[in-house]
Design a binder for this molecule. Sequence first.
Ligand code: ADP
Ligand code: PLP
Ligand code: ZN
Length: 322
Amino acid sequence: CEPECRVLSIQSHVVRGYVGNKSAAFPLQVLGFEVDTINSVQFSNHTGIHDCIKDGTVGYAHWRGQVLKSDELKELYQGLRLNDITRYDYVLTGYTADKSFLEQLVGIVKDLKKQNPKVIYVCDPVLGDKWNGEGSMYVPEELLPVYRDQVVPLADIITPNQFEAELLTGRTLNTEKEALEVMEVLHAMGPHTVLITSSDFIPSCENDLLVVLGSRITCKPDGTNSKEKIRLEIPKLDAVFVGTGDLFAAMLLAWIHHHPDNFKLACEKAVSAMSHVLKRTLSCAQAQAGGGKPRVAELEIRMVQSKRDIENPKVLIQATTL
Ligand code: ADP
Ligand code: PLP
Ligand code: ZN
């Protein structure tokens, strides 16, 4: 019997489509992980925006559903605890809109670390994003100090976007040099691995590229630290996808686990898999839209169809060591 590797993933659930746990569970399972999911919300569909047009933004016209309260999260965790089934190798968290829920989550991660000091906490500090160069938060502002002072210090791997990295460090980030400095500040806050998942500054202002920067600090057997910094350039597809941050964090967790000694390859596989999945998603959406602009439901990630690419991603995006 193969030793199992178990992930506790606390994220959103949607009935239709792919964000949160729906984005994370399938790739993790395909890549060999046992996944225990706590659904922080259960919504009919995602609440995100897939298009920005002159007179407003476009997402699903409606959504309905329930939000898990922080006491209910505590209760679910207590159930696991009472049965002594809380030994995890990884914890994965994403979008949270409520301060007391986030604080409860901090308590759970601390308790998991007490039981298994080797548990790795992968945190996507979801705070907001930039639209046409203008940053805006899509969670209540009171969550920022909790992320900065409690969540990030507990995390081992974080995946902020450019705007989130700025908020967490209180610095602006306009060049690659500044980004690398900001990543050092983020390391000093706790995490040994930092990935800035999307940034639009570099290189040479080419607007058709997304840049992902990665930085890892490894403790060598002789007690000294070694540092690794990489850059990946991703051809930008002409669509706004939803659930991509969650899918990326899950695949990154998986590939870092499978290649503990090759950070560069792990990032190349995660980013390349993203590219395969999103290309398929866009071409299927365009085919369905019959030449028009794909609608929000048509742009849902083609997850199941992408199983083979997720399992064994052909590396099409190579990282540069900085
Ligand atoms: P975040 O949610 O942290 O802002 P995104 O969801 O924008 O991050 O991006 C996560 C990853 O998804 C990116 O690093 C990239 O690999 C992929 N991705 C997202 N949008 C696009 C796009 N339009 N074209 C190509 N890749 C994309
Ligand atoms: N959870 C819910 C309910 C959402 O509606 C969204 C985005 O709209 C997300 C999570 C996160 O999506 P992404 O991975 O694109 O940041
Ligand atoms: Zn995100």
